[in-house]
Design a protein around this ligand. Structure first.
Ligand SMILES: [Zn+2]
Length: 244
């Protein structure tokens, strides 16, 4: 293969790898934000669960107050019942007593419901807190691996830069200029494989004599359509299994 063609292929491989590394680095702030959002969500679940429990406690205190009120009335009626003079008064006070007892029963039922609810809400708080702890741990691990990846990407970019410099130094200046120009125009991809008579990136069919030249990999040939520098990958030699 033509040495410069080999160099531009290597250059392209490095540029593509550098692009991918830079994209990953550029994605880091968004990934950080996503981790922050996950942590916030878990914290909000805990806050909401605690809030529900606080509301339940407030409701129970309200019911307790009401209950005490009705119990006070009931004992007042019972005292009055002992002092009644007429049958009519007796029936009236019995009616009040029954009414207060119903109210007390109703509030006791409500209290029981709220107490059962409190058990569920307490369990929900514990679950949310455990979830938060697990999420915190997972996020810490993610941050740690992101930090390690950041270092790897930086090191990779430095390695690529020095490999690139060495190739650029050896490359013919005109070929380099062509490579850089096409790379700028074509979104960082200046080299394309030609396969079955077609440029595999722009998918335009090459003229037969152009494809024939490309097949030999001995010259710098550009695609007529996208201007990318073309190369050809020969089919791997088929090794036939011999049976004896
Ligand atoms: Zn093309």
């Amino acid at each position: 293969m033509n040495a410069d063609l080999e160099r531009v292929i290597a250059l392209q491989r490095l540029d593509t790898a550098a692009d991918a590394a830079r994209k990953k680095l550029a994605d880091e702030p968004d990934r950080e934000k996503a981790l922050d959002a996950r942590l916030d969500a878990a914290r909000q679940h805990v806050a909401a669960a605690k809030d529900h429990l606080v509301q339940n406690q407030a409701a129970r205190r309200e019911i307790e107050k009401e209950l005490a009120l009705h119990q006070g009335r009931l004992s007042k009626f019972r005292e009055q019942a002992m002092a009644v003079k007429t049958n009519q008064e007796y029936h009236a006070i019995q009616h009040e007593i029954a009414h207060a007892q119903t109210a007390i029963k109703g509030h006791e039922d409500k209290m029981l419901e709220r107490m059962l609810e409190a058990d569920e809400l307490t369990a929900a708080v514990k679950k949310a807190e455990a979830d938060l702890a697990a999420e915190q741990k997972a996020i810490d691990a993610d941050r740690k691996s992101m930090k390690a990846e950041h270092g790897d990407l930086q090191a990779q970019l430095e390695r690529i830069a020095s490999e690139r410099a060495a190739i650029v130094a050896a490359l013919d200046k005109h070929v380099l200029a062509t490579f850089e120009l096409v790379s700028r125009k074509r979104n960082g991809v200046a080299v394309a494989e030609a396969k079955d008579g077609i440029c595999t990136i722009c998918h335009v069919r090459l003229r037969p004599q152009v494809f024939n030249t490309v097949r030999r990999n001995e010259q710098i040939v550009q695609c007529d359509s996208c201007q990318r520098i073309l190369f050809f990958v020969p089919a791997p030699a088929v090794t036939q299994a011999t049976t004896t």
